[in-house]
Design a protein around this ligand. Structure first.
Ligand code: FAD
Ligand code: FES
Ligand code: FES
Length: 488
């Protein structure tokens, strides 16, 4: 296996509101929002919940593309500073240009800020910078927008006092003709040039232990070989992909990993492609990238993704993080189980494949040297019916109480085959083999789904938690089966 062949940096660099900065040592290992506020004095970025659940800390992350930058809002409270390496970060202070940062504001507001003022879109103002960031990203390169589009864009921004009507009105009444595109405010060429030198270097940052804090060691490889090699040498390292799970643990639960392996620079690990009858999801593909690609391939999954977290979370959270975390309410797992998807891991001994069902049954576990590389999802065939459900307390920006996937093959009114998977009814997502066996060969009529609901009722043994009681979850399983049957 190839060892570290390339060059290595002991720092990260990125552009912040048009200015190139270098970050070294412990500062690179913390979360972006406190870094912006404490180290850079950019206090426009607010921290309210500190765990990705309100959008007050939204900033624009510009990831380099062939021709410029793709700017997306993300939650900076759970986004590690090191993950900004090679990017352009724009905070609310920088929205009107680099010369307006640092107290030299001439009082000129952007059309989004004007709309928020004119529509009385702020009271205490705590959520306002995040909302301005989100609306700026939303209106970039967009000519027309409906109220529904604005609402969807703002799903990740909570406001506790103004009420949403004036904010949505502001979003609708932005004078888009007056909006200067971000590429005009920050012409991409000099930024891309500035990021060029050292762009292909791996990053290794060692922070020695001191009186107050533990020693830490970060590695950001450039190739899978480097990643595996380092993982073999550091089997206890915490892997960070999009960081939305690890970031919460670091931001609010006090996790301070001694060793961190960031996958941020593994090129091609974010592919979302169709290969013959399979959908291939790269481990590092964000849920936004998946949603953009799967609409034409598996529309049912694309629809489910509109209910997945918030736009900010989908812009950071990745496929691998959702699967490896294997939370009972990971929204991808029922879909992957019903489609009998396979996971491809790579490690010291090469690549191996395992079905999602076997992975979950194993613990879920993988070898210490392994990383999840990609997911291969057999696509539903013509004549098969795929339905996905997510039940949560709020329609938008809420975790599932129970989620379900059904993949039905029926012919001449008879069930030839059915795959049923649920999340939120056991410590891990699971298939219901007894219910599936009961349904096989049965006629497709409303009575059969009621009977199947009884079988499922006896097959599962859900848990109670703060989100829902055991009884509620059990009832949801039965009702979702009946709903699936009724909507066929
Ligand atoms: C407020 C909030 C709302 C959320 N809403 C939803 C929701 O509606 N639905 C939902 O399903 N989830 C939700 N999530 C959970 C989370 O955002 C997702 O699970 C996301 O996909 C995690 O991906 P990540 O890249 O951010 O994971 P990370 O935090 O980077 O990693 C998560 C885990 O996976 C491991 N890991 C990551 N990549 C690899 C790899 N390639 N190989 C091996 N191990 C790896 C990490 O070591 C870590 O243990 C929410 C989270 C928050 C904070
Ligand atoms: S502070 Fe609430 S999402 Fe970051
Ligand atoms: S204006 Fe106070 S939280 Fe939105």
């Amino acid at each position: 296996m190839k060892r570290f062949a390339g060059l290595m940096r002991d720092h990260i660099f990125f552009f912040l509101n048009g200015q190139k900065i270098q970050v070294r040592g412990r500062e690179a290992l913390g979360m972006l929002a406190p870094f912006l506020r404490r180290e850079r004095g950019l206090t426009g970025t607010k921290i309210a919940c500190a765990h990705g659940a309100c959008g007050s800390c939204s900033i624009l992350l510009g990831r380099p593309t062939q021709s410029g930058f793709n700017y997306q809002p993300i939650n900076s409270c759970i986004f590690p500073v090191f993950a900004c390496d090679g990017a352009h970060v724009i905070t609310v202070e920088g929205l009107n240009g680099p010369d307006k940062v640092g107290g030299q504001d001439d009082g000129v507001l952007s059309p989004v800020q004007c709309a928020m003022v004119d529509c009385h879109g702020a009271q205490c103002g705590f959520c306002t910078p995040g909302i301005v960031i989100t609306l700026t990203a939303f209106h970039e390169n967009r000519v027309q927008s409906s109220a529904e589009d604005v609402k969807a864009a703002l799903e990740g921004n909570l406001c506790r006092c103004t009420g949403y009507s004036p904010i949505i009105e502001a979003g609708m009444s932005v004078e888009t003709a007056d909006l200067r595109p971000l590429t005009q405010i920050y012409p991409p060429e000099p930024l891309l040039d500035g990021l060029n030198a050292g762009a292909s270097d791996a990053v290794e940052i060692r922070v020695p232990e001191d009186e107050l804090e533990i020693g830490q060691h970060l590695f950001v490889p450039r190739s899978p070989e480097e990643a595996i090699c380092w993982k073999v040498a550091h089997p206890e390292a915490i892997v960070v992909s999009g960081g939305t799970e690890v970031g919460v643990a670091m931001s609010v639960k006090g996790l301070a990993p001694r060793e961190i392996l960031s996958l941020a620079h593994l090129e091609d690990w974010d592919e979302v492609t169709r290969e013959n009858d399979e959908l291939v999801l790269g481990a590092r593909a964000t849920w936004t990238q998946v949603a953009e690609q799967v609409g034409a391939i598996v529309p049912e999954f694309a629809t489910l993704l509109t209910r997945w977290g918030s736009p900010q979370l989908r812009n950071a959270g990745t496929v691998a993080g959702n699967i490896i975390r294997a939370a009972p309410i990971s929204d991808s797992l029922p879909f992957l189980l019903a489609c009998e998807a396979e996971l491809e891991f790579i490690g010291e001994l090469g690549a191996r494949r395992v079905t999602v069902a076997d992975f979950l049954e194993s613990g879920p576990t993988m070898r210490p040297d392994e990383l999840l590389r990609r997911v291969l999802v057999p696509l539903p065939k013509e004549g098969q019916t795929l339905r996905l459900f997510k039940v949560s307390k709020r329609r938008a920006f809420d975790r599932s109480i129970v989620s379900a996937a059904f993949l039905l093959t029926a012919s001449d009114g008879v069930i030839e085959d059915i795959k049923i998977a649920f999340g939120g009814v056991a410590p891990l997502a699971l298939r219901l083999p007894q219910t599936e066996a009961f349904l096989q060969g049965k006629p497709v009529n409303s009575a059969i789904w009621r009977e199947a609901a009884t079988v499922a009722y006896n097959e599962i043994s859900p848990y109670s938690d703060a989100a829902a009681s055991r009884e509620h979850r059990t009832r949801l399983v039965a009702n979702l089966l009946r709903k699936f049957g009724a909507e066929l």
